[in-house]
Structure formats: C-alpha cells, structure tokens
Ligand binder design. Sequence first.
Ligand code: FES
Length: 295
Amino acid sequence: MNPEFSSTERPLDAWAQNAALSRMADAIQPGLSELLEGGDGWRRPLKDFLHGSFLGHPLHPLLTDIPIGAWTVAAACDAMDLIGIRRYREAAGVAIGIGALGAVGAAITGLADWSDTKDEPQRVGMLHAILNTASLTSYVTSLIARRSGARRFGIAAAFAGYGLMSLAAYLGGELSLGMQLGVKHTAVPVDPPKDFSRVLDESALGNGVMQKAEVDTIPLLVTRFGTQTHAVTGVCTHRGAPLAEGTQDGLCVRCPWHGSRFSLEDGRVIEGPATFALASFKTIVAEGSVSVRAL
Ligand code: FES
C-alpha cells in the first residue's frame, strides 16, 4: 500500500478535492511516466537527475528561486518605471528573460517530482503547474509586448504573471511543507547513540534477510551480506516506505513503493526518485547479539 498524505481542514481543501484537477492529472501522468521511465535505459538516470538524486537534495526548489528572484527584480524595475525612473527599463526585460529560462527548468524538474503523486498532492500539484504555466505565459506575453512598443501592456502582463507566480509558490510551499513532497522521510538521528546498543539477536540475520530493528526510537534496517552486517535507517527518505518490505539486491535495498535503491553499506542513494541518503550506523556482532552506534 502506498498511502498518500491527507491534511486537516485548510482553505485549500476544496482545490485539493477538485475532481476536474484529478481528471486532468490522470490524463497527463501515464504519458509523463512513460516519457520519464519507460523503454530504454537512459530515461531512468535522466529522471533521477531531474529529481536531484546526484545532489543529495531535490533539484526543483533550487531552480524555482531563479524565476522568483528574477521576476521580483523585474517587478521592482517596472515599479520604478511607473513612477518615472526609466533607467531600469532594459533591466526589467533582461530579468524577465532570465526568469523565463529558470521557469522552464523548474517546470521540467517539477513534473518529474509530480509524476508519481496521487490524491491531494496530485491535485494540488496540478493546480500549481497550471498557475505556473499561466504565469510563464504572462511573462512571455509581457516580453513580446515590450518588444513591440506596448510597454504599459507589457508591464501589466508582468504584474499579472507575478501574482500568478506568487499563488503557485504558495501551493509549492503547501506541497513540500504541508504534504511533505520532497522532504526527507526518515527518522533523522538528531542525537544518534554514541555507544553500542544491542538491537537484534544475531540468529535473526541470515544472508539476504532484511530485519527491522530500532535504536533510540530510530527505525533501522539490519542486514547481513557475506560476513558483513549493515545497519541503516529503515524508512525510505522519498515518501517514508518501510524498507524492510523492499527487496535486497546485493549490497543495496530497493524501496517497495517507487523503487529507489540505497546502498546498505553507507545509505547513499544509488537510484532515485529519492534524493536524500539514509543514515548508516556502525555495527558489531558479539556474543550472539547485533549492536549499533553512530558512525
Ligand atoms: S517511498 Fe518512494 S522510493 Fe521509497
């Protein structure tokens, strides 16, 4: 089962339940998944790149800063133009162009992140994409108007785009902070145990057997491969799947929900969509017990 996230009553709830958004998303997602994951072997690495797995951090929020920053500069330049300070006119156009390029990058990475969402995150993500598309369209219209001499109309279109972008940014915040898309879904060992703590009987481990355990309330996944015993946090950083229900693939574990692969040796992401690594622990096997501590 892959439970998605629900929320308590919020002003957004009507949109989060909107059936039309659901229908639009359901029409788009299968083709998008096929485009990003289907067929030959190069698509999955590309999708991982778009998620930001190579960075150890989601890529989308980094790119969204470009249009937000550039279009804020453009709004300030246009505001000065409106009160008679004309020297920043050209700067406004340049800032809009830079923001538009950043918005295209943000859209592509955002689509990759959204492609496997369901329920509320799927619908709110759809609305987020619609507003961002409308915002980008307004800015492109603004640039065309400025080039053709309709400066006032161009400024009005840019301000409309800024309003749409602000609404979309609010929804982006809801998606990440409220619905937990893109955040690290694992118990973060804030104060990991510095001394060895017993977590398991050695007899529970066999080659290729993945065992759940816990240390200081942190869920763990403990495995043995050959003569080595490994312990990493037991919850997938992507959306919180229990990794013990996944499959062991040599020295890696594959998540049961969306297929991320993590190294059992050090927790690093081998394959996305996860971007954050698992925490790994030092293990010792003595007197029939497996004990772990922070590295
Ligand atoms: S929960 Fe999505 S890859 Fe693990």
